[in-house]
Design a protein around this ligand. Structure first.
Ligand SMILES: Nc1ncnc2c1ncn2[C@@H]1O[C@H](COP(=O)(O)OP(=O)(O)OP(=O)(O)O)[C@@H](O)[C@H]1O
Ligand SMILES: [Mg+2]
Length: 499
């Protein structure tokens, strides 16, 4: 069944001012195949997909789909031809319901006498949720009030609703927990049964090796190779991606653990979490494991002053504090990389430089003055770009023109510049390629060696196990278990997280 070529990309190139994002690249996808696309941040994966989907116009090369050469003028043409795409960054309309979003641009099928029959549309949505057994989703849920995971599922269903022959998924699982990833894989298998092809982009190479038939690798805008997943192992795939051997993804060193710097006592936010108590020590990485929705991010948001706790107490250096806002938190020596980069991390229209330095502008002011010393600011930013190996054209480009993973690195760079005493990292390596991931882990090690303390929230158990000195497991808004690094295993974490 998988011997008919559905999509063939031949020698395609695309440049943006000053950068060649895609350079003479190939890709071949069969009918009913799940084809992995992997590569480092900025390798050109999303750009290539946007070229296939007609969002961008290629400079040269050709694309064949379903037996014909195609030159889509826009996504509408691609959709009509049978290609749909789940974008890396959410493209849902926040003020709309799930149902309105799913059929956006396809409403005519529910049109009667010039009026959309909302009920028919909602029923169609519910039918899709039923078909794919997504019982936690509701057709009328408002996107702005839904979790990132639910939103990602809505995006998947939107792509499925168009009856496409090829569905492009650009990092569809970046915000999903293991349980939801399993659901997505079930959906993909259901699609393959119907001979639909899927292009699956992910930095989670284990997922790629699980769900894909073949995988194509890209590096520095160029096509490297395509392999049958059955013929390669994880180690080989990693070296294809980074272009060298990578041996230690979790370079955890033992750092000296000192006095308590942060103490949280019976912190409660009604409806979100309750009675959360823990302490964080100098030089310590404290891991928070659990499923999406267990309340970990909400706890972090209360500590950082984004949300208000209803009960409980927070102590810094033994003194009780009331943290009213993030800027107040920063004054108390806290920093935070939030889970949702788009909603609360980046300021899209501002430059890389501004996004990096905005947390502590006074650092770049000359003594006693309220004027920024540009030279100082620029050299700090440039150095940071170099250490974090952020792929930018120049520091003044807007952050939204960077690849997803590189945006994330800028956010992390914000805190390497302002060096808080306590850093909260909520899913810090989401969307980050394997090579950079190990760099970020190294950086965390470096931070704690300097005496910083880190709270690491991650849905990747391996990451928590690999990096944390102690691990707190949360479930349904409560701490259910705490254990030292030596005593923790995947099984223990899993069983407590699931209950
Ligand atoms: N609109 C744009 N203007 C300028 N440069 C761009 C634009 N879009 C993408 N680029 C550049 O093209 C290169 C490839 O980016 P792309 O988003 O395709 O990478 P990616 O492989 O998807 O990375 P990631 O894994 O981080 O998502 C990057 O260097 C990026 O900065
Ligand atoms: Mg991308």
């Amino acid at each position: 069944m998988k011997d008919k070529v559905l999509l063939s990309v031949k020698g395609v190139s695309k440049s943006f001012i000053g950068v060649k994002a895609v350079d003479n690249v190939n890709l071949e996808v069969m009918e009913g195949e799940v084809h992995g696309v992997v590569g480092e941040n900025g390798a050109g994966k999303s750009t290539l997909m946007n070229l296939i989907f007609g969002m961008l116009k290629r400079d040269s090369g050709s694309i064949f789909f379903d037996g014909q050469e195609v030159n889509f003028k826009g996504p509408a043409d691609a959709l009509k031809a049978g290609i749909s795409m789940i974008h890396q960054e959410s493209s849902l309309v926040q003020q709309f319901t799930a149902s309105e979003n799913i059929w956006l641009g396809m409403e005519e099928r529910f049109m009667k006498n010039g009026i959309i029959n909302n009920r028919a549309r909602d029923e169609a949505t519910q039918a899709l949720f039923d078909e794919f057994k997504l019982d936690t989703l509701k057709y009328n849920m408002l996107i702005s009030e839904s979790s990132i995971a639910s939103c990602q599922m809505v995006e998947v269903i939107r792509a499925v609703a168009g009856n496409a022959k090829l569905i492009i998924m650009d990092e569809p699982t970046s915000s999903l927990s293991e349980k939801e990833v399993a659901v997505l894989f079930r959906i993909i298998r259901q699609l393959v049964e119907k001979n639909v092809a899927v292009i699956y982009i992910s930095h989670k190479l284990d997922e790629v090796l699980t769900i894909c038939d073949r995988v194509s690798v890209y590096r520095d805008s160029k096509y490297i190779t395509t392999a049958n997943v059955g013929d390669i192992n994880r180690h080989q795939l990693v070296s294809f991606v980074v272009g060298r051997e990578l041996n230690n993804l979790y370079p955890k060193e033992q750092s000296e653990i000192g006095e308590t710097v942060l103490e949280v006592k019976k912190l409660t936010r009604y409806g979100k979490f309750r009675d959360v108590s823990f302490s964080l020590h100098k030089g310590e990485i404290l891991g928070f494991a659990g499923l999406q929705g267990a309340g970990r991010s909400e706890v972090a948001e209360c500590i950082f002053g984004i949300e208000k706790a209803d009960e409980g107490e927070i102590l810094i250096d033994g003194k009780s504090v009331r943290i009213k806002s993030p800027s107040n938190a920063i004054q108390h020596g806290l920093g935070m990389v939030t889970e949702d980069r788009l909603r609360s991390g980046i300021i899209a229209q501002l430059s890389v430089l501004c996004n990096m330095t905005l947390a502590k502008l006074e650092k770049y002011c000359s003594k006693g003055l309220k004027i920024i010393n540009r030279k100082k600011e620029i050299s700090a930013v440039d150095e940071n770009i170099k250490t974090l190996q952020i792929k930018v054209n120049n520091r003044n480009q807007t952050i939204d023109s960077l690849s997803g993973g590189n945006q994330q690195k800028v956010i992390i760079g914000r805190w390497t510049l302002s060096t808080p005493r306590i850093l909260i990292l909520d899913e810090p390596t989401r969307g980050i390629d394997v090579g950079s991931k190990s760099e970020i882990h190294k950086l965390m090690g470096h931070f704690v060696k300097m005496g910083m303390s880190i709270i690491l929230i991650s849905s990747e158990m391996e990451e928590v196990l690999g990096m944390a000195d102690r691990i707190i497991i949360m479930r349904d808004g409560q701490v259910v278990h705490t254990c030292a690094r030596e005593d923790a295993t995947q099984e223990i974490l899993g069983s407590y997280a699931l209950g």
